[in-house]
Design a protein around this ligand. Sequence first.
Ligand code: ADP
Ligand code: MG
Length: 682
Amino acid sequence: MTTQSPMAARSSGTASAAERVPAWNEPVIRVRGVGVERSALLEKLGIRTVGDLLLHRPRRYEDRRKLVSIRDMELGVPVTVAGTVVASGVKWYQQRRKSVFEFVLDDGTGRLHCRWWNVPQMARAFAVGDTVLVFGKPNSVRPRQMDHPETERYESEDDPRVHLNRIVPIHALTEGLSGRVMRTLMWNAVMEFAGATPVLEPDLVPTVAADGKPWPTREQAVRDLHFPAEIDDSKRARERFALEEFLDLQLAIQRRRRNLESKAQPAPCAGDNRFMRPFLSGLGFRLTAAQTRVLKEIRADLGGPVPMRRLLQGDVGSGKTIVAACAALMALEGGFDVAVMAPTEILAMQLAAHFRRWLSPLGIPVVLRAGGRVETGDVVAKAGAPGVVVGTQALVQAGVEFERLGLVIIDEQHKFGVSQREELVRKGRFPHLLVMTATPIPRTLGLTLYGDLDVSLLDQLPEGRQVIRTHVRDEEALPKVWAFVKKELEAGRQAYVVCPRVAESENEDVRAVKRELGRVREALAPAVVEMVHGQMDAESRDSAMTAFREGRVAVLVATQVIEVGVDVPNASVIVILSAELFGLAQLHQLRGRVGRGSAASHCILVAREEKEASSERLRVIAETRDGFALAEADLKLRGPGEFLGQDQSGMPALRFGDLLNDGDLVRLARDLAREHLRGGGK
Ligand code: ADP
Ligand code: MG
């Protein structure tokens, strides 16, 4: 017996291009075997058209090619056997409420009993003398027996075999639609409609892949996706469709960027150093080589012929805020306004405070717009003189009008959705854009999410930074942890205590801020302990943060609202309770709250149970300082959706592409799209 490919079964390509598309787009009911009922079931899987069905990707494949003699079957090992039915019948019991249908298959080497419970109608499908293929796991070898195997009758050697004696697809199903039915429908669809697969417009998929082998055509890929002759064929089919998805994305990203470049008149923001010089000499430290390099990149963009679209990636503590301030100064020198956006009110307030401290001496007004408030600060804007506005999403939503907006800075980008970014940049007339993130975005994700941005990397921490030592403990060790924190406080340092929740819930032992506040006060008395969380009103939160920053509060009990950006260099310890509930990237961000000054710093991860304290995840974070390595690990553990969070709704759902493992395809797509557009393509 030979494995049949649907390729060989029917010739295709007879339909002209014009005829092809309609068939592909027609309702799935056109497929043989699909009626009203099944099309309703298929709809539940998101399948409406013939094309939807043909692109319904198998979850996996089962290799059912290996024909084995009945004599050689082993207990529990899945095999395919072929033979003739020599006996069959239904046995009824429990007053005909239950039944078992059985047939005996003989292949000349032995006999196999196949049994099915409560499907007596099978007796009609199989008769003595039928030739049958069977796939399953023997659950006994004496006698040889299989329960509910997959079966298929065949008449001649070259009968098409859908379910057996081939590599079969295992599709996602829905209730009422069995794997067998789905596979049959798919077979029918492939046989009749694979030839109607529309050609891509533009088709940028090269004929030959990187490994020198040809890419399958779309039609071929549709066939190989479901009924491949070899597993490798199904892989290439998947890759071809993944490449198409990435091409779609990259074309959209790069068209958007080209569009921008063609019509934008960027504000000349390279500056003349009249603010920059006094600013840098008043800083009290020198910029790192990385900061200087990045600023050079930014300056070139700000004075360039197209608006800047730049992503600044830098690990926590690498000094992104100063870089942002310098970029702002360049725009201000050019006479343009600057908008700075943060994901939370706390961060907006803090950013405003930093900018005021730096820019007020230069006579530049910094306005804070957050949570419905507008605070002008000490420097009052003079008519016609440029200034800085710092805010949250409210900046976008309130429809703030910017007359001379030259530069938009978005801090901690990962908290903003892609669409929000777009919205912001459409304000004003194509201002320059600097996006900053401390969440290291793994390369492949970056190419997709930020494919329209140039990337600058702050890959160096300021000198004199202390290594943060990370310790993992369980709750039994809490008394020792508090004793350690006390010693740090006595030495004049400050501490964070982080909990995953604001308030405790009844049947959970997850640490919550409101309850821990009292406990921490008791454990660390007489230190002044305050709390900060997202459900407090802005004013109390503000005053707690300010008191902590000014050293009047020694310990801050907080949720992950302090995850990003909060910068208090005197804090040398962070204790994270119920640490096992945080993601790796999150823990890394939280850890970045300490080690920002000159004191040796500690991050203590307290897991609820010893078992969790010794888990792989917490061990990885304890041993890894590199944010990029952690981000990759986190991405692997949680998948891209989780990793990006809900706000990344701008992320398209990929059916075939795998952002984690398809780095090569993403890069190929980017290059192909670029080449296409450069060559004048649309
Ligand atoms: P990030 O936002 O990248 O996490 P910040 O911009 O908040 O980091 O900087 C962290 C701390 O390091 C701040 O206190 C900042 O003033 C300080 N800092 C920034 N650049 C330098 C530098 N070149 N030398 C010394 N300290 C610096
Ligand atoms: Mg920051």
